[in-house]
Design a protein around this ligand. Structure first.
Ligand SMILES: [Zn+2]
Ligand SMILES: [Zn+2]
Ligand SMILES: [Zn+2]
Length: 269
C-alpha cells in the first residue's frame, strides 16, 4: 500500500498567502521540502482523505488521476480540508468521468457543505454521514471515526483505517485527543500514525498539537504497544507561524523516530 502526502501545511500554506514573515521568505527562497500546500493524503489512488483548495495543483504536480478515487473521507469542514465548490467540476457538462459515484464520508457539517454545492439529484457523488466511534465499511477500507479536540463548534473527526491488512491512524486536525480517542487507540496495533504539529514550540495543545504533544503521543503509543514492529510515525500540517523550516523540524523529530512529512512524500506499508 502506498500513502502519498499531497500537502503538509496548515490553512495558510507555506509560504503563506499575504505573509511577509521571515519563515515564509526563507521557505520561498529555499524551495524544495519547505514549500507546503494544504493537507491531504492519497492512499493507493483510490482512497483520498480531505479535498483542500490545492487539490487541483496536487493533480497536476503528481500526475494524479482523480477519477480513480472511489472513497473520499473528510475530516472536518475547515477551508484547508474541504473546498466543496471544486466537487462541482465532476458533474456532467464539466468533466468526462467514469459513470459511477465517488462515495464521500464525513460528519454532518462537511457533508452538508458538499450537498449545498452539488445537490443530491446527481449520480457523481454519494454522501454518507458518519458518527464518532461508529465503524463503517467503504469500497476501499474499513474505518472508525474518532473524536478530535479541534473546533468546539464542529464535530471534527480523526480516522482509524484498516486496508489490505494494514492499519493507519489519521490524526488531524486533532489537538490533544479526547479521552474516548485515547481509550479507543489503547488496544490497537498501527502500521502508520500520521499526527499534526501545527503550533510548533508554542505551549498550546488544545485545538492543534505542538511539538511536545506529538512527542508525548509517540511515547504513549510505544508505552501502550500501539505501534507494530516496523511501524512508521509521520508528522504533518505545519504552520508558518511556528517558524520552523523543514531542517528545524527534522532536527526535532527524527531523533525520536518520527518522519517529517513533505509535499509529495510517499510511505510504503
Ligand atoms: Zn487544518
Ligand atoms: Zn509567514
Ligand atoms: Zn481545522
Amino acid at each position: 500500500m502506498q500513502v502519498r502526502l499531497l500537502g503538509t501545511a496548515a490553512a495558510e500554506g507555506i509560504p503563506s498567502l499575504f505573509c511577509r514573515c521571515e519563515t515564509c521568505k526563507q521557505a520561498l527562497a529555499l524551495g524544495g521540502k519547505n514549500i507546503r500546500t494544504r493537507t491531504s493524503v492519497m492512499i493507493d489512488e483510490t482512497l483520498k482523505i480531505d479535498f483542500p483548495p490545492d487539490t487541483y495543483f496536487h493533480m497536476i504536480r503528481d500526475g494524479l488521476d482523480l477519477d480513480l478515487v472511489q472513497d473520499l473521507l473528510i475530516t472536518h469542514s475547515h477551508s484547508d480540508h474541504l473546498l466543496a465548490d471544486d466537487l462541482y467540476m465532476r458533474l456532467p457538462g464539466y468533466a468526462q468521468t467514469e459513470d459511477r459515484p465517488i462515495h464521500v464520508y464525513g460528519h454532518d457539517l462537511p457533508i452538508s457543505k458538499c450537498i449545498s454545492v452539488v445537490g443530491l439529484e446527481q449520480q457523481k457523488f454519494e454522501f454518507h454521514i458518519v458518527r464518532p466511534f461508529v465503524p463503517f465499511e467503504m469500497q476501499t477500507a474499513k474505518v472508525v471515526p474518532l473524536l478530535a479536540d479541534h473546533d468546539p463548534m464542529e464535530t471534527c473527526l480523526l480516522y482509524y483505517i484498516e486496508k489490505d491488512g494494514k492499519t493507519i491512524f489519521y490524526g488531524h486536525d486533532s489537538g490533544w485527543f479526547p479521552d474516548e480517542t485515547w481509550d479507543f487507540l489503547k488496544d490497537k496495533k498501527l502500521d502508520l500514525a500520521i499526527l499534526e504539529c501545527t503550533t510548533g514550540r508554542s505551549k498550546y495543545r488544545r485545538n492543534h498539537m505542538n511539538v511536545d504533544s506529538v512527542l508525548e503521543t509517540k511515547a504513549w503509543f510505544e508505552a501502550n504497544g500501539v505501534l507494530k514492529p516496523g511501524s512508521q510515525v509521520a508528522v504533518t500540517h505545519f504552520s508558518h507561524n511556528a517558524h520552523l523550516l523543514h531542517e528545524d523540524l527534522t532536527a526535532i523529530f527524527e531523533p525520536h523516530g518520527i518522519q517529517v512529512a513533505y509535499d509529495g512524500m510517499t510511505i510504503n506499508l
